[in-house]
Design a protein around this ligand. Structure first.
Ligand code: INS
Ligand code: FE2
Ligand code: FE2
Length: 307
């Protein structure tokens, strides 16, 4: 089955309308004016199937167990403060991309390639369908750079504090979160001030005022913002919330959003398809595309950034 999703969007992404149609070919998913994504991942399973029996299922579940037990309000506060100092090193965006060559993401059921491949696959897939939105290409390239927190020079954070889907802490953990059952062992789970629908937040308070579980999204957002990137606010929003599947896929926690969040969400939904469905074993020729991405980095970032 082929599903065609037509895009109807102006330059600001104001009107993004999706239309699903069924077509006779059985194997491919066509997204947005030409992006062809496989219906199954490189292990032969549907994407983000956390229950499917596979060689990665157990380790991914084990990952989420530790993640759900460890992410508390206190932990998030501590990490934001500590890593917000950006006093660990100085390097360029491209240097950071190269550092990611060493790491694999233990939370991901769909990919076991080095992370630099995923960055380039995402960026190149977006570039094909949105040739004029260079900020979105660069956002694709850098969205997962926060995974550098796994690196020894960043205190070698464990995977559970770096990767995986994200969700708010300080209010009830929504049932749509992958492997939700493990939250029962989280110290915040039974705290009356944290375990209600709103917890420490208020209706429409805006995601900027919400403590998200700590990981590569929030860290890279801090790095980009504090180093004065000129990326548009939608780019920063994508970096910060791309792992927030409970919101952008399951529509949980919408009561915490404000108007600006709703506006930015349109681009996050576009981005997410490329982040997810571009994961494959087909490698991008790094040297060939490097000059293009260096020119974008130069346009939107200083030569060296504080990390
Ligand atoms: O396992 C993946 C991976 O860690 C991604 O980088 C993250 O953005 C996703 O939300 C998560 O499901
Ligand atoms: Fe990510
Ligand atoms: Fe990603």
């Amino acid at each position: 089955m082929t599903i065609l999703i037509d895009r109807n969007s102006d330059q600001n992404g104001d009107e993004i309308v999706e239309k699903n149609q069924v077509n006779e070919k059985e194997t491919e998913l066509v997204l947005d004016g030409g992006f062809v994504a496989p219906q199954t991942n490189s292990f032969g399973q549907t994407f983000r199937d956390y229950g499917a029996e596979s060689e990665r299922r157990r380790s991914v579940e084990e990952f989420y167990k530790t993640n759900h037990i460890g992410q508390t309000v206190d932990f998030v506060r501590k990490m934001r403060e500590e890593y917000g100092k950006l006093n660990r090193t100085e390097m360029s965006i491209w240097e950071c991309c190269e550092l990611l060559n060493e790491f694999k993401d233990e939370s991901d059921p769909d990919l076991d390639e080095p992370q630099i491949e995923h960055l380039l696959q995402t960026a190149e897939a977006i570039r094909r369908d949105y040739p004029d939105q260079d900020w979105l290409h660069l956002t694709g390239l850098i969205h997962d750079l926060g995974k550098v927190l796994l690196h020894p020079s960043f205190g070698e954070l464990p995977q559970w504090a770096v990767v995986g889907d994200t969700y708010p802490v300080g209010c009830a953990f929504d049932e749509s979160i992958v492997h939700h059952k493990y939250f029962k062992e989280n110290p915040d789970y039974n705290k009356p001030s944290y375990n209600t629908k709103y917890g420490i937040y208020t209706e429409g308070c805006g995601l900027d005022n919400v403590f998200m579980s700590w990981g590569h999204d929030d860290y890279m957002y801090l790095v980009a913002k504090e180093n004065q990137t000129t990326l548009p606010s939608a780019g920063l929003f994508i970096i910060r919330y791309h792992s927030f599947y409970p919101l952008h896929k399951s529509e949980a926690y919408k009561h915490l959003m404000n108007d600006e969040d709703r506006e930015n969400m349109k681009w996050l939904k576009v981005f997410n398809k490329y982040d997810l469905y571009s994961k494959s074993k087909v490698r991008v020729n790094v040297e060939e595309v490097k000059p293009y991405y260096l020119s974008l980095i130069n346009k939107y970032f200083p030569a060296k950034l504080k990390w």
